[in-house]
Design a protein around this ligand. Structure first.
Ligand code: NAD
Length: 505
């Protein structure tokens, strides 16, 4: 019988299993509200000394952390694979490499990006204004299980470089990886209390929001995200939410079908489809539909699914039992309403949690599978009359994280991309921009509010504070100060009229 990750019954302990084998691989404590408060207080204490260091010193510390990550890459990949079920190559390519690259990118630039920024004043030329960036204090991170290393560590590294402390509440499905990240962090000689990991379930996350943190980065489902945003709103804590996705892929008649087919299977099946950016619906015009579908089916059937910790496996395990049922339910509903399973379609028998890479033909926009997040290795094909219909369907969603367009015409590709309601649109490629730290990762609609990464993302780890002064340090009274009078009123009015005259088009 297939292994099902047990729902832990103990309130105080979470047991973690290898999803590919069912083997128990460890357990962690559930942090209570008091534990979380203590962790936040310790982090806040450590942050004082950390924020007093120069950028160069902070950079030196974090580059040592980078070195430990690089030195222990093989072990990190193996541990990610064992707890999360992704393949070794995915652990390297989608977790370790982007984290190391992000650290390098921001370590090089943090000092410049966070140095005071001058604002030129258009009227008051003798005055000066500037923004300076002060660390927020303690940044809270609540993260999901699908990228248990790259998502929280990318955010943590940016927060630390900016001078903050970090308290991370990892997913209860993959807590061991977060604790291993803390081990690597300690090994690098970073200040121990500055980065805290508080393991637990939703209640521990809730306690983190209530603990007096200064900012929250939440990544997870729309349902929890709305709740977290509400809780943060009640405390006026800035909150970035990175939520679900339902990425459409729009294939134009002039697309290179070979590249498109390769991109679709990687975009649909990498990480066993458990990516917020996974291709979740494919819109194809009638004239190329069958040719593309056949290619995709054939390529899907050649994928090797199995032991994630083997270098010769393409598709690994499903990390979280719930996703098996979600995929079965949505496929079942689609088939009931006329869709055809062209390959795959069910969980694999035997040990571990695996779902066969699946291609569905004949999906229509009114089916649940065209709207609800699958988060599993399923590619639903929807035939469309033309590209405008594809755009309408793509936008017919409550989510808007990322979308894909396939065409060989650069101008058309950009034109179509701009018509899609989505935080990011990639042309002729899939998934990859999360790993590019200078580009924004952001959702529109219910895919979230705010963004991570980018130079502005680093600045957002700080309070931006405004300082304004008179360059000549004039001690004269300003004309708009007391006492008011009619003559002063008329003088100000003349001044205003003159201004508008000067600035007339
Ligand atoms: P989830 O919402 O169930 O859990 C996410 C985190 O929230 C976990 O750590 C969980 O313990 C915590 N949590 C649960 N209830 C809470 C509460 N009341 N208060 C505070 N914290 C609470 O999501 P999941 O199943 O772990 O992740 C899958 C979802 O995440 C998918 O919808 C996927 O699309 C989304 N996701 C989005 C992105 C993105 O960048 N947009 C990236 C990865 C995953």
């Amino acid at each position: 019988m297939a292994h099902v990750r047990e729902a832990p019954t103990e309130d105080t302990v979470i047991v973690s299993h290898n999803p590919a084998t069912g083997e128990r691989i460890g357990e962690v404590n559930v942090f209570s509200g008091d534990d979380v408060e203590r962790a936040v207080a310790d982090a806040r204490n450590a942050q004082k000394a950390w924020s007093a260091l120069s950028f160069k010193e902070r950079r030196r510390h974090l580059l040592r952390f980078r070195q430990v990550i690089v030195d222990r890459t093989d072990e990190i990949c193996l541990r990610i694979s064992q707890e999360n079920g992704k393949t070794l190559q995915e652990a390297l390519m989608c977790e370790v490499l982007p984290t190391v690259d992000l650290l390098t990118y921001f370590a090089k630039r943090a000092e410049k990006l966070l140095s005071p920024k001058k604002i030129s004043l258009h009227l008051f030329k003798q005055r000066a204004s500037y923004i300076h960036y002060a660390p927020r204090g303690v940044v809270g991170i609540i993260s999901p299980w699908n990228f248990p290393f790259a998502i929280p560590m990318g955010e943590a590294i940016m927060a630390l470089l900016a001078g903050n402390a970090v308290v991370l509440k990892p997913s209860e499905v993959t807590p061991l990886i977060a604790l291993f990240a803390k081990e690597l962090y300690l090994e690098s000689g970073m200040p121990p209390d500055l980065f805290q990991v508080v393991t637990g379930r939703g209640q521990t996350g809730q306690a983190l929001i209530e603990s007096g943190i200064d900012m929250m980065f939440f990544t997870g489902s729309v349902r929890t995200g709305k709740r977290v945003a509400q809780e943060c709103g009640a405390r006026l804590i800035p909150c970035v939410t990175e939520l679900g996705g339902k990425a459409p892929a729009i294939v134009c008649k002039d697309a290179d079908l070979e590249r498109t087919a390769n991109a679709l299977i990687w975009g649909g099946f990498a990480n066993s489809g458990q990516v917020c950016a996974s291709v979740e619906r494919v819109y194809v015009p009638e004239s190329i539909h069958d040719r593309l579908l056949e290619k995709v089916v054939q390529k899907t059937q050649s994928l090797r699914q199995g032991k994630p910790d083997s270098h010769n496996t393409d598709v690994g395990a499903i990390c979280f039992e719930r996703q098996l049922s979600v995929a079965e339910d949505l496929i079942g509903d689609a088939v009931e309403h006329g869709a055809l399973i062209r390959t795959g379609g069910r969980r694999k028998e035997g040990d571990g949690m695996f779902f066969q890479p699946t291609v569905l033909e004949g999906v229509t926009q009114d089916m649940r599978i065209a709207h609800e997040e699958i988060f599993g290795p399923v590619l639903p094909f929807v035939k469309v009359k033309n590209i405008q219909e594809a755009i309408r369907h793509a936008n017919d969603s409550h989510l808007g994280l990322i979308a894909y367009v396939f065409t060989q015409d650069r101008v058309k590709g950009r034109g179509l991309a701009e018509q899609i309601e989505s935080g990011t649109v990639m042309v002729n490629d899939v998934l990859a921009t999360y790993g590019m730290p200078e580009t924004p990762w952001q959702g529109v609609k219910e895919s979230g509010v705010g963004f991570v990464h980018t130079d502005d993302g680093l600045r957002n780890m700080c309070q931006s504070r405004h300082v304004h002064y008179d360059r000549l340090m004039s001690l004269k009274k300003e004309p708009w100060w007391y006492p008011y009078s009619e003559s002063r009123f008329n003088l100000l009015k003349k001044f205003m009229n003159l201004l508008f005259l000067l600035y007339e088009d």
